[in-house]
Design a protein around this ligand. Sequence first.
Ligand code: ZN
Length: 96
Amino acid sequence: MFHRIVCGPCQVEFQCFKNGVLLVDYASFGAYKSWEADEWRCPNCGTKIITGFADRPDHHIDPGFAKGIKAAEEAGRLRGNYETSPLGNHAPSLSA
Ligand SMILES: [Zn+2]
């Protein structure tokens, strides 16, 4: 069962901002999976989230994997999922 996504601080529903982004999962060795998904945004604070994933990802061993990432980047629809933040920050503690 799907319920619309709600921004906790703002208490309003997220709205679809961009259909068809390409979310790439990165590991220490680089890109290893890519997923078609959608980007949603809180209309109040502007926080963006990625959701609505396709059933299956493409894998780094699939033909055209790198080409697909490059095309998504050129189209402005590339998003990333890193094991740790590329900015060097770590996710905040859940108990905070
Ligand atoms: Zn918000």
